[in-house]
Design a protein around this ligand. Structure first.
Ligand SMILES: C[S@@+](CC[C@H](N)C(=O)[O-])C[C@H]1O[C@@H](n2cnc3c(N)ncnc32)[C@H](O)[C@@H]1O
Length: 259
């Protein structure tokens, strides 16, 4: 996918996240300048995932979206912050990630008693999983780091692997804020941002930021029989409008739906 004439490949995404996962996995998952160099402790890190997932499950319930509790997918699971929390609601959780060191960290932090499977998924799809494999697909803080074409491909896959009457929770910024940094990310050439992140901010590897306008997301999901029931802005304190989308999936055709 060209960004100002630069092709960003899945290999590059894998390489960057492998480096980030090796150097500072917890900080790279929840970027907070105050938590650089080992600032996150394991319990605090996992607690942040529990707070998020509890809120999300309550929100789905409030919307009348009640997926089965058999199996959840945590796409881009990182160090397993959300996978562990999801294991409080689902019998089994599958956490997939493109970064081996992130997965190693997730296995270290697994508190589920063996109900989470962490596995490498380093292709542009979810070919390892059959249609309708999961009651819930959860994906937060991942798609914004991917070139838009790749993100669109995974979203199509989410609609394939989710069960009829299942649900999705997708967190992705809708647009940049009109702050200096927001505008830099929108308009500056990627090679410049990359150099600034490496030299000025001392990131172990660059982290790109893309936005996904809700209308575009809705279109991609609709093609797979899924609909956004609510989009909540949960934070606007920095340079992006951070949205979490709660998605309902049509029931199977033989239960009165059209999917
Ligand atoms: C910012 S972290 C978020 C981790 C987790 N979702 C959380 O909120 O705790 C982004 C994660 O997405 C993973 N990732 C990036 N591109 C991916 C891809 N194409 N497929 C699977 N995982 C990917 C990264 O390796 C990283 O672990």
């Amino acid at each position: 996918m060209p960004i100002w004439g630069v092709t960003v490949s899945l290999d590059e995404v894998r390489r960057d996240w492998t480096r980030l996962g090796s150097a500072e996995p917890l900080w790279a998952v929840c970027v907070d300048p105050a938590k650089r160099s080992g600032g996150w402790d394991d319990d605090g890190f996992l607690a942040s995932g529990r707070r998020e997932v509890e809120k999300a499950m309550d929100r789905l319930d409030g919307l009348g979206i009640r997926p089965g509790r058999d199996r959840a997918l945590d796409f881009g699971c990182g160090a397993g912050r959300l996978s562990n929390a999801l294991a409080g609601y689902f019998d089994t959780v599958t956490g997939v990630d493109i970064s081996e060191p992130m997965l190693a960290e997730a296995r270290r932090l697994d508190r589920s008693g063996g109900r989470i499977e962490f596995r490498l998924n380093d292709g542009p799809d979810l070919a390892a999983f059959a249609d309708g494999s999961f009651d819930l697909v959860y994906c937060d803080l991942v798609l914004q780091h991917l070139p838009p074409d790749l993100a669109a491909g995974y979203l199509r896959e989410f609609t394939r692997v989710v069960r009829p009457s299942g649900a999705m929770v997708i967190g992705v910024p809708g647009r940049e804020a009109r702050t200096f940094k927001g505008l830099v990310f929108r308009y500056a050439p990627w090679p410049l941002i990359r150099v600034a992140q490496r030299t000025l901010l001392r990131y172990p590897a660059p982290m790109r930021m893309h936005t996904l306008p809700p209308e575009r997301l809705a279109g991609l999901l609709a093609a797979g029989g899924a609909r956004i029931a609510a989009s909540d802005e949960y934070w606007s304190g920095d340079h992006w409008q951070h949205l979490r989308h709660f998605v309902t999936v049509e029931p199977a055709a033989d239960s009165g739906g059209t999917r």
